[in-house]
Design a protein around this ligand. Structure first.
Ligand code: FAD
Length: 564
């Protein structure tokens, strides 16, 4: 099966091999090309110009949805319980304006081309993110079982780590056709991607990440120490063992699409992207005069937290805010974590099919915690005269901290240490502790790795910490499906195409990170927002632009398959 014939003949994607993009194997639709084509995303009948559409959540997904609906001449009405930006939240250190900490998304793979469409459009600067062993990272320390390894490049590490990396490479090649899949993604050969994936999917859906590793010939041969080290050091961004209980499908989607590689950060903080979408006034919109922005349409602030979603007798969807204001809309897009629809928002049950509710309820979210301190300067670049090494390095460890990142903006300026970034069980260990208690324990761990380096003496200002699972507007960091959850994800993702739903269940669309197949990556927030835009346009009687088929047009041919 190939969809090349369904794309315009001039589409470069159909013929040339190029870089890896986040072409998700479940639905390898080229959202970046869709966004780039001058024809645009479609049109609604002119008599509908100015029609209000509710968008719940002012995170990246909600803002992309609202921004594109505005460009089509509709009037998005955004509701937000807390801050514009959602999980792209940047905190500042009050005593040093401009010194920031990204509490949620912080490093964005260059393969996420739909995400970068907006970064580029809004003219935001980006820089390489200092991941372990990345070219921009001057040194990395791996500390396992009390043994410390210093490396400036991967070649500096003992052969054991190369064996671990080779075992992983062999495991994904032998068990999951990694090289073939990457070739197909480079060529944007959707037919090949689907053939490979559709064959693997039923075999893999019920396997954990750990089961996949432990069952692979390469890791069986290498032995437990290699599996253990792989879990602690992992690939790309660092240790992945807290992901071991999750479905291997989740991991394959990440590695096939290089989501774990070549990360960049947004200068000034990730929240600048949603904030810029809110402020931006695109030219040449349908209906709205130049100078109109989401901010101007909302007179400066989104509406408040949504408390109830129901359907009126005339079929419109009714939204009630926390403090009682109500309004009705012909269409609603929800972009908050979907399980908030049952835990925090009174959502009328009849709005979704029962199977979709099951999918919402069964979703599994990762916990995640980060703790930052500001320091007087990037003192870690000082050279230890005894070793000739920098006194502190980007650090991966099996201690509580798990990963420590060093972030600076040049010498003689305050800098930031992300003392610890953790997921799942490792994140829960911090949950009951306040910021100071966390910092004390983290410094204690680092003292064992770097005896004699007095990090505390460099700390200025108050520490900043977050546990996303403790925030009632999120209740978790991001979704990670467990084995056997593919069917749930397929229902959530495909819900935006509503032609087979009864009238009484149409008009409400799910978008956002957890509706995507790549939860935990902002690319999925963007692309599911675009799906919802397509859904709303169709629901209102509009259509895609000629020559630029949208996700709904291609869903049946290259969309996620159903398992029985
Ligand atoms: P959200 O940002 O969650 O937006 C939903 C919005 O809905 C929120 O603003 C929320 O306040 C609001 N809301 C909730 N309830 C209500 C209500 N009742 N009424 C109105 N509004 C409501 N991605 C990457 O690409 N790279 C990374 O390095 C990365 N790291 C991450 C690390 C962490 C710790 C976390 C948490 C996420 C990370 N991500 C990363 C994922 C990325 O942050 C998300 O994909 C993206 O921010 C999700 O955007 P969204 O709009 O889908 O959801």
């Amino acid at each position: 099966m190939t969809v090349a014939t369904e794309l315009p003949a001039s589409d470069p994607s159909s013929t040339q091999a190029g870089p890896i993009t986040m072409l998700n194997p479940d639905f390898p639709f080229s959202y970046d090309h869709y966004l780039a084509r001058p024809a645009g995303l479609g049109a609604v009948p002119p008599e509908l110009y100015g029609t209000e559409v509710a968008v719940v959540g002012a995170g990246l997904s909600g803002l992309v949805t609202a921004y594109e609906l505005m460009k089509l001449g509709l009037r998005p009405v955004i509701y937000e319980a807390d801050q514009i930006g959602g999980r792209l939240r940047t905190a500042g250190f009050p005593s040093a304006p401009g010194v920031v900490a990204d509490l949620g998304g912080m490093r964005f793979p260059v393969s996420g081309r739909a995400f970068y469409h907006y970064v580029d459009l809004l003219g935001l600067d980006t820089q390489d993110f200092p991941n372990p062993l990345a070219p921009v990272t001057s040194s990395t320390v791996i500390e396992l079982a009390g043994q410390k390894y210093y490396a400036e490049t991967a070649q500096d590490l003992p052969p054991f780590f190369r064996e671990v990396a080779d075992a992983w490479k062999a495991a994904v090649n032998d068990g999951a056709k990694f090289v073939e899949m990457q070739e197909a993604i480079r060529a944007r050969d959707t037919g090949r991607i689907k053939d490979l994936w559709n064959e693997l999917l039923p075999l893999m859906d019920e396997q954990t990440f750990y089961g996949f590793i432990a069952g692979s010939e390469s890791f069986k041969e290498a032995g437990f120490a290699h599996r253990e080290a792989f879990g602690q050091v992992g690939f790309g961004t660092g240790g992945w063992d807290t992901d071991f209980p999750n479905s291997i499908l989740e991991i394959l989607r990440v590695v096939y699409t290089d989501a774990d590689d070549q990360h960049r950060l947004i200068s000034g903080g990730a929240q600048r992207l949603p904030e810029a979408l809110w402020q931006h006034a695109p030219s040449g919109m349908a209906h709205w005069p130049d100078g109109t922005s989401l901010a101007s349409l909302h007179s400066g602030s989104p509406r408040g937290a949504v408390d109830r979603i129901s359907r009126d007798a005339d079929g419109d969807l009714r939204i009630r805010e926390r403090w009682g204001r109500e309004a009705s809309y012909p269409a609603v897009v929800t972009t908050c974590q979907s399980w908030l629809l049952s835990t925090r928002i009174h959502t009328e049950e009849a709005l979704f099919p029962a199977e979709l509710w099951t999918a919402i309820e069964r979703s599994h979210y990762m916990q995640s915690s980060k703790t930052f301190v500001m320091v007087d300067r990037p003192f870690w670049k000082d050279i230890d005269p005894d070793t000739g090494h920098e006194v502190l390095s980007m650090t991966l460890t099996d201690r509580l901290n798990r990963a420590t990142y060093l972030l600076d903006d040049g010498p003689d300026k305050p800098a930031v240490i992300l003392l610890s970034y953790t997921w799942n069980d490792d994140a829960l260990k911090w949950l009951a502790l306040d910021a100071d208690e966390r910092v004390e324990l983290m410094l204690h761990s680092l003292e064992q790795i770097y005896p004699g380096v007095d990090i505390a003496s460099h700390i200025v200002g108050q520490p900043i910490t977050v546990s996303w699972e403790a925030d009632p507007n999120f209740m978790g960091a991001f979704k990670a499906n467990l084995p056997g959850h593919y069917r749930y994800q397929q229902r959530l993702f495909t819900h935006f195409k509503q032609d087979k739903l009864p009238e009484s269940q149409r008009g409400i669309f799910l978008a956002g990170d957890d509706v995507s197949f790549t939860a935990g990556w902002a690319e999925g927030a963007v692309t599911t927002g675009l799906n919802a835009v397509w859904g709303v346009v169709n629901h209102l009687g509009g259509s895609s632009a000629p020559g630029n088929p949208g996700p709904g047009e291609l869903l049946d041919s290259i969309g996620p398959i159903s398992l029985d």
